[in-house]
Design a protein around this ligand. Structure first.
Ligand code: PLP
Length: 395
């Protein structure tokens, strides 16, 4: 169910603005993600969810949802306290107090893994837990960018690319009394996070598709070369993690991969409409209140300026979703307190009516609202707290 009238009727009693989650569409996305991920384990990228009840709902659907990729140490501790286990912190931490708190959680029996990509990260962890009787599991993050002499197709995250550098880091971890190697991660952002079927960008799409093809092959070779090369060490690390929503098809085909990370595919925000290989359902969004009608075909809503992070561009703006054929005004975009929309469709809109929007990105929606009203079968059936609703602001 996702027509304007149905959503409007279902949410009539809720004061706008509010965020919503269509549980039926979420469940469809969960099933699709499970089928796209073949037989691999799926780690949920919590940055793209930011709501404990949603994480729990996904987790309960299949044993293949095996753990969470957290985005900060304090979030990992929060999730651990909320009953989650197998928490991989996807990004390095430099704060020793946070590392001590993680160590405390590990001592309670929790599986929490820290990310490293250089000697300094290792030293910081060692220093933070030096006097404690504990072994901290770490994961090595390897750069998966496609790098040419004057051009890089990828992101700037880990500096680690060569087998030699990776071996040096593994050796150092092996020598450490406080660390053990738990996994390897390589996030191919240029496949997973770059749309290749963006409306109106025919030429760019074909270049991106070509680069993706080259990159997928290179990543496959690099990953299997790394895993092959470390067989000489007496290692028994738990996982090889790769990918994201946008790369499920290619990442899951790699034999060496044991688990894939997925976040955005569950809510399927606007940016994920622009991929040629898949289409998830628009499960999450927000509703604004029409409060003015300043001109014919223009309806001005209260609020709406929930712009997404990343390189600035129109694609980071939210967009009206229902009723269909509504658009932002090009001179105003999504405003701090007022958002005019242009609408010439069939619905008889009036002051007090909702306009349903989708966010450009996934989890950032939840930083704007305390809860997600859960819609199923044409009714609001639940209300899920977001991190913000629980008073949490991790980044
Ligand atoms: C390390 C890492 N893995 C995986 C992902 C994929 O997340 P999503 O599925 O939400 O695109 C991201 C997203 O930025 C990431 O930073």
């Amino acid at each position: 169910m996702n027509t304007y009238i149905q959503y409007k009727k279902a949410t009539n009693h809720i004061a706008k603005p509010f965020a919503y989650l269509d549980l039926d569409l979420l469940d469809d996305n969960i099933s699709q993600i499970l089928s796209h991920s073949l037989n691999k384990q799926v780690r949920i990228a919590s940055k793209s969810i930011r709501s404990v009840p949603v994480l729990k709902r996904i987790m309960e659907k299949s044993e293949r949802f095996q753990g969470v990729m957290c985005f900060t140490a304090s979030e990992a501790i929060f999730l651990s306290e909320n009953g989650f286990d197998d928490l991989l912190i996807g990004y390095p931490i430099s704060n020793k107090d946070y590392i001590s708190s993680i160590a405390h959680e590990i001592k309670k029996g929790k599986q929490i893994t820290l990310m490293v990509d250089c000697f300094k990260h290792i030293k910081i962890i060692e220093d933070a837990v030096r006097d404690e009787n504990i072994i901290i599991p770490v994961c090595i993050d390897v750069d998966m960018s496609l790098v040419y002499p004057n051009f890089r197709f990828g992101v700037y995250r880990s500096p680690l690319r060569s087998i030699h550098e990776i071996h040096q880091l593994i050796y150092t971890i092996q020598q450490s009394k406080q660390l053990k190697l738990d996994g390897l991660m390589g996030y191919e952002a240029q496949i997973a996070g770059v749309g290749d079927q963006v409306k109106g960008k025919l030429l760019k799409n074909s270049v991106v598709q070509m680069l993706k093809k080259q990159s997928i092959q290179q990543i496959k070779e690099l990953r299997s070369e790394i895993i092959e090369s470390i067989k000489e060490y007496d290692l028994s690390f738990r996982f090889v993690n790769g990918g994201g929503t946008g790369s499920l098809a290619s990442t899951c085909k790699e034999e060496v991969i044991t688990e894939v990370t997925v976040g955005s595919g569950f809510f399927s925000p606007l940016l994920f409409d622009a991929y040629k290989d898949f289409q998830y359902k628009p499960a999450a969004g927000f509703a604004l209140d029409i409060v003015r009608k300043p001109a014919e075909n223009i309806y001005t809503c209260s609020g709406g300026g929930y712009v997404a992070s990343g390189a600035t561009g129109k694609d980071k703006l939210p967009a009206p979703y229902l009723p269909e054929n509504a658009n932002l005004h090009s001179l105003e975009g999504a405003g701090e307190v007022q958002t005019p929309i242009l609408y010439k469709g069939n619905e008889n809109l009036d002051i007090g009516d909702p306009v349903f929007f989708r966010h450009s990105k996934s989890g950032e929606l939840c930083e704007r609202f305390n809860s997600l009203y859960c819609i199923s079968n044409g009714e609001v059936v639940d209300e899920y707290a977001t991190y913000r609703g629980e008073g949490k602001c991790f980044l």
